[in-house]
Write a protein that binds this ligand. Structure first.
Ligand SMILES: CO[C@H](O)c1c[n+]2c([nH]1)[C@H](O)[C@@H](O)[C@H](O)[C@H]2CO
Length: 451
């Protein structure tokens, strides 16, 4: 952890301090004003899919409370806000007819952010595929690359210039591992044959959306991936091989495709006969110049060889480790290690930490509206220290978006886990900044000097 050299390191001038959310997790009103259903609207209304039968029908009611939420960001002094747009709010059938009311919602939100001195970072896809496109095969249909580019183009033409940092996909690994392999996330498939196809079409769609941006956009576009560094449970050759497989599958697969124009060779070993041979022209589409990458970091995995599909690897719980409410080990050194790894493997591409945060059990709102969340403050402090260490090691880190601005719908875990630096009372929709929000606000105001 920090030594005198890194402790004296500082965050660069203009470091972009913000917070992140996603449409389906906070907006509510998924079918309002002409919006079409997404796969998450369907998944949440499928009995047994979401803890406590929770849905995104109301969530944080951000669809109506967006102005107050921007005011909250302003009070916290945030410089940026990473959010996603709902594809089926903009294109209810996924392609063709534009729902102007949906476009207007995001246009108003962007204007309000700008009027409050907050830079928007817009993610086109944060998992909520239009149900109408899922009915046509969704990420299993090669046509989705053009469908996605068309969706991006509608937003680029409407918002580029006001939005200057665009993201195509949020975490393609989670989309495929959760939605097509293990089935824990929408659309809930469990197929080793579908998973590589979904991966490949997500990356083709990413490339097509970047190409569409280059045709009209005048600013920046990137890709956001989740990275979870893997450490061997022992010095055995079997554990080293398990780490290699897990690292290739989760950490290298998507950035290699986007930045190097190829998949790691381990993927063929992992998926065997389920791993197709892709034509070179697909990689020519996928590999597009990016202005930045976004890395979402939460935890690490100590990994051992074990019987499991598809990796033949398992995570080893650390007896002396500290764990969050989602069972993730708090391990800030992993962030340093992965940022240096990414710099060395892909070149020092401008990088934003586009998500980092933790779910802890938060006490109820105390007298005077205070919510003490010391574990979250400790988590943030340690991970911001890790970023400062990575910057001192030469990594070109441009900004940090804490996950999340608000407690929100944690996908299949519903509202049972709270990641927000701001508490949401889902009964009243009252927002209450937690101690971590006040802590983070000071970090932002001092550009990290108060860390
Ligand atoms: C596997 O962890 C991922 O990096 C990850 C963690 N998270 C995410 N991705 C998603 O981008 C968010 O929508 C989640 O709410 C958030 C917290 O779970």
């Amino acid at each position: 952890m920090p030594n005198s050299a890194t402790a004296s390191a500082r965050f660069p001038d203009g470091f972009l301090w913000g917070a992140a959310t996603a449409a389906h997790q906070i907006e509510g009103s998924p079918l309002a004003d002409g919006a079409g259903p997404s796969i998450w609207t369907r998944f949440a209304h499928t009995p047994g899919m979401i803890v406590n039968g929770d849905t995104g029908d109301i969530a944080c009611d951000h669809y109506h409370r967006w102005k107050q939420d921007v005011a909250l960001m302003r009070e916290l002094g945030l410089k940026a806000y990473r959010f996603s747009t709902s594809w089926s709010r903009i294109l209810p059938e996924g392609t063709g007819r534009v729902n102007q009311a949906g476009l207007d919602f995001y246009s108003r939100l962007v204007d309000e952010l700008l009027e409050n001195g907050i830079e928007p970072l817009l993610t086109l896809y944060h998992w909520d595929l239009p149900a109408a496109l899922d009915d046509r095969g969704g990420w299993l249909n090669r046509d989705i690359a053009q469908w996605f580019a068309e969706y991006g183009d509608v937003l680029y033409r409407a918002l580029d210039g006001r939005v200057k940092k665009w993201v195509t996909l949020n975490e393609p690994w989670v989309v495929t591992d959760g939605g097509y392999l293990h089935g824990a996330l929408a659309p809930g498939h469990r197929s080793k044959y579908e998973t590589p196809i979904a991966t490949h079409n997500l990356m083709r769609a990413h490339g097509a959306a970047v190409q569409a941006y280059r045709a009209t956009g005048k600013h920046e576009i990137g890709l956001v991936v989740n990275i979870e560094p893997k450490y061997p449970a022992s010095d055995s050759a079997d554990d080293a091989a398990a780490v290699k497989r897990a690292h290739a599958y989760m950490n290298e697969q998507y950035l290699d495709a986007a930045l190097l124009g190829r998949y790691p060779p381990e993927l063929k070993d992992i998926f065997g006969d389920a791993w197709p041979q892709w034509p070179q022209e697909d990689f020519d589409l996928i590999r597009q110049k990016l202005d930045f990458i976004g890395i979402n970091y939460y935890t690490r995995s100590v990994t051992k060889a074990a019987q499991s599909y598809p990796l033949d690897a398992a995570v080893v719980k650390q007896p002396l480790g500290t764990y969050t409410e989602t069972g993730w080990e708090v391990f800030p050194q992993g962030l340093v290690d992965l940022l240096v790894w990414a710099k060395d493997r892909y070149g020092n591409i401008p990088t934003y930490i586009t998500e980092n945060g933790a779910a802890f059990f938060d006490p109820p709102v105390a007298e005077g509206g205070r919510i003490r969340d010391p574990l979250r403050i400790d988590y943030l402090q340690k991970h911001l220290g890790a970023i400062r260490q990575a910057i001192a090691a030469g990594c070109d880190i441009r900004g940090y978006m804490v996950w999340s601005l608000l407690d929100n719908m944690e996908w299949s875990l519903g509202y049972s886990k709270r990641f927000g630096i701001v508490h949401v009372n889902y009964g009243t929709q009252e927002r209450t900044p937690k101690d971590s929000a006040h802590y983070y606000s000071k970090i932002v105001a001092s550009n990290g000097a108060s860390l």
